[in-house]
Write a protein of this length. Structure first.
Length: 202
C-alpha cells in the first residue's frame, strides 16, 4: 500500500521469541531500499541483515547491496559490530585488498595463525611486505599459544613462508632477527621455541 513507515513499525513490533531478528532486519531493509532510502537502510539494517556464514561472505554481501560504499567504510562498520573479534576480519580485509587494515585488525585481537601463514605464502610475490608482516603476526600469535591443534609443521610452514617473503622484500636478515626476538621473548620451553630454537640459534 506504499505505507513504508507503518510497515517498518509493524515489522519491528513482531520482534520476540518466535521471530528471528535477522528476518525482521531483512524485511525492513528491503522496504527502505525499495523506497530509495538506501542510506537509512544501510545504517539501520544493512549490516545485520547481510550477516553470512563467514566474515568474508558478510563483507561481500554488504558490498553487493551497497556499491556506493567503499570496501574500507563497510569493513570499518562491520568490525564495530563484533567488538573483541577484530582479528577475525583479517581474511575479509585481505581479500578486499585492504592490506594495511588487515594487518591492523590481525594485531588487535587473536587471528588464526594458519590464516596468517597462508597470507604470508600466497602474497610473497605480489605483496612481499604484506606477506612478511602477516608471517610475523602468525609467529606472534603462535608464541602466545593461539591456534587450533597447531603442529610443528604449522610452525615451520609459517617460518619458511615468512623468510621467503622477506627474501623477496630484501630484508631476510632483519626479519629473521625479528622472529628470533619474538620467539626468545616467550618461555624458552615453549612449543615454538622448541621447534625453531636450533634454527634461530636460541
Amino acid at each position: 500500500m506504499g505505507k513504508n513507515s507503518e510497515a517498518i513499525q509493524y515489522a519491528e513490533s513482531c520482534r520476540g521469541p518466535w521471530t528471528h531478528d535477522a528476518e525482521v532486519d531483512a524485511v525492513c531493509e528491503e522496504i527502505l531500499r525499495g523506497s530509495v532510502l538506501v542510506e537509512e537502510a544501510y545504517e539501520r539494517y544493512g549490516l545485520r541483515a547481510s550477516h553470512s556464514g563467514t566474515y568474508l561472505a558478510t563483507l561481500r554481501a554488504v558490498a553487493k547491496k551497497y556499491p556506493h560504499k567503499s570496501a574500507g567504510e563497510i569493513l570499518a562498520d562491520l568490525v564495530k559490530t563484533t567488538p573483541g573479534e577484530e582479528g577475525k576480519w583479517f581474511a575479509a580485509a585481505k581479500e578486499a585488498g585492504l592490506y594495511d587494515e588487515a594487518l591492523a585488525l590481525g594485531s588487535r585481537t587473536p587471528c588464526d595463525p594458519r590464516t596468517l601463514t597462508r597470507a604470508a605464502r600466497d602474497f610473497s610475490d605480489r605483496q612481499p611486505s604484506f606477506a612478511v608482516s602477516a608471517g610475523l603476526l602468525a609467529i606472534h600469535w603462535l608464541v602466545q599459544g593461539y591456534g587450533y591443534e597447531i603442529t610443528g609443521a604449522d610452525v615451520w610452514a609459517d617460518y619458511t613462508s615468512t623468510i621467503k617473503a622477506a627474501e623477496k622484500n630484501g630484508n631476510a636478515t632483519q626479519i629473521r632477527d625479528s622472529v628470533k626476538k619474538l620467539v626468545a621473548g616467550a618461555a624458552p620451553e615453549g612449543f615454538v621455541a622448541r621447534i625453531l630454537g636450533r634454527e634461530l640459534g636460541l
